[in-house]
Design a protein around this ligand. Structure first.
Ligand code: GDP
Ligand code: IMO
Ligand code: MG
Length: 428
């Protein structure tokens, strides 16, 4: 019997995936990352102590869980060993972390090219995390990338890497007029990474298959969110991978998809970091209040997040493309203080009601949110532990989200801690 559960972002990332993955990882044998890279920032708070994870699966904080970085991840060895160092220093067991031999590797020239491309975009920049994600996936698709298995090939790897650095330096110097990357230094550093990485390298697709086939519980950890998906997000203001459930098929090798529960993580409001359309954005004092109450500043880059009301069009769209079986509604406590709370159920555009998220940027620009106004609960929710503990107005809000999104809310979160989680139906 296969037991799989996927956790995916239903908005523009930072929905609180890290908290829920950590919460569910207690009942899982294996946690798997399948896309993105160190652009992700997943925060987990355990007994008041905060852990920020970027590349390493959030299951690592549970002893006994096997953690997999799958073939679809843009693997950044520098970020990886930094994180291992921090976890080791905190007494966390980092021996059960395995990296796919098929994962593409991020090199310093990817990060440099990420920054140079952003600079060249000028006012139209995407606001990337500058972690080299786009350039690394560009090489993968162009078939010139280097993979973890290449790193394990000694001299042959050094030769390939030297050639790549020369090629990228041509672009850096001739196109952008910048100083070249220091080849000898990159080679030395990456030869060192290769040695340290060797004990972690596996054919992780086989590990995932074996775990599922033998009835183990496997938790698939999404990074980013559906609205940052290359195909289904707000292109070109997206990331360069597929943060949707389908991303696990190619990024971890799960075959046709996830045969199990698919939990879409959504904030009780909306945030976005970086540029691009956001129909329910509030640039006024209400937006500032949400930002301050929710401490909405990025885990990876520290940038203030753009804030707005819950967008039902977004969550309906992402629930469809993810095949979501249940939502986790996060940070409900952030709305404790509001007299009234707005829920966007559709967009209005030129007298028309729009139910499905439009593709084009100019169409989106013309969309205005249509709101249902709900009464606030004006009560501190952070101590609630059961559904019955929640005030009537808060329950009505959750019910309205379910109705608008068309998916049941299976988890409600009322604070960053593990214990501040209301599970309406045990998932594992
Ligand atoms: P992720 O990228 O989806 O894992 O989300 P982030 O970790 O980037 O951002 C979510 C933030 O919200 C983190 O700082 C969490 O500690 C915090 N958080 C998660 N759930 C809750 C909640 O229910 N209430 C509050 N107040 N904070 C939460
Ligand atoms: P988690 O996993 C929020 C955004 C960037 C930028 C766009 C492209 O913590 O939810 P990239 O560096 O990926 O090329 O940047 O995507 N972005 C995220 N926003 N949460 C994330 O991850 C993100 N990862 C990338 O801000 O707008
Ligand atoms: Mg994050």
């Amino acid at each position: 019997m296969k037991k799989a559960i996927a956790v995916v972002g239903s908005q523009w990332g930072d929905e609180g995936k890290g908290k829920i993955i950590d919460y569910l990882a207690g009942g899982a044998d294996m946690v798997v990352r399948a896309q993105g890279g160190s652009n992700a920032g997943h925060t987990v708070v355990i007994e008041g102590k905060k852990y920020a994870l970027h590349l390493i699966p959030s299951g690592v904080l549970n002893t006994g869980t096997v953690n997999i970085i799958g073939n679809g991840v843009a693997f950044d060895p520098e970020g990886f060993f930094d994180e291992i160092g921090t976890l080791d220093a905190g007494g966390v067991d980092t021996n059960r972390i395995y990296v796919s031999d098929r994962a593409h590797v991020v090199f310093p020239y990817h990060k440099r090219l990420d920054a140079l491309a952003e600079r060249a975009r000028g006012a139209d920049n995407l606001g990337t995390t500058l972690k080299g994600i786009g350039p690394c996936y560009m090489d993968k698709v162009e078939r010139s990338g280097l993979r973890v298995c290449d790193m394990m090939e000694g001299e042959a790897f050094i030769k390939k890497l030297a050639r790549r650095v020369d090629e990228k330096n041509e672009v850096i110097v001739k196109l952008y007029g910048e100083e070249p990357i220091e080849k000898e230094n990159v080679i030395e550093v990456y030869a060192g990474f290769a040695k340290r990485l060797a004990p972690h390298v596996r054919d992780t697709g086989v590990m995932v298959y074996d775990a599922l086939s033998s009835g183990k519980t496997v938790l698939f950890e999404g990074a980013q969110g559906a609205m940052l998906d290359l195909d289904f997000g707000t292109y070109p203001f997206v990331t360069s991978s597929h943060p949707i459930t389908g991303g696990f098929s190619v990024g971890a090798g799960t075959g046709a998809g996830i045969n199990g529960e698919i939990i879409g993580i959504a904030k009780a409001y909306t945030t976005r970091v970086g540029a691009g359309p956001m129909v329910t954005e509030l640039t006024d004092e209400t937006g500032d209040r949400i930002r301050e109450r929710g401490r909405e500043y990025g885990t990876t880059t520290g940038r203030p997040r753009r804030c707005g009301w819950f967008d039902g069009v977004v969550v309906r769209h992402s629930s469809r493309v993810n095949g979501t079986t249940g939502l986790a509604l996060m940070l409900l406590d952030v709305l404790d203080d509001f007299d009234e709370i707005n829920l966007c159920y559709a967009y209005g555009r030129a007298g028309e009601t729009i139910e499905h998220f439009p593709a084009g940027l100019s169409a989106l620009e013309e969309c205005k949110p249509l709101y249902r106004t709900m009464k606030g609960w004006k009560t501190d929710l952070t101590g609630c532990r059961t559904w019955e503990d929640l005030p009537t107005e808060a329950r009505a809000y959750v019910a309205a989200v379910e109705e608008i999104a068309g998916v049941p809310v299976k988890i409600v979160s009322v604070g960053p801690g593990r214990e501040q989680t209301i599970v309406r139906k045990e998932l594992l």
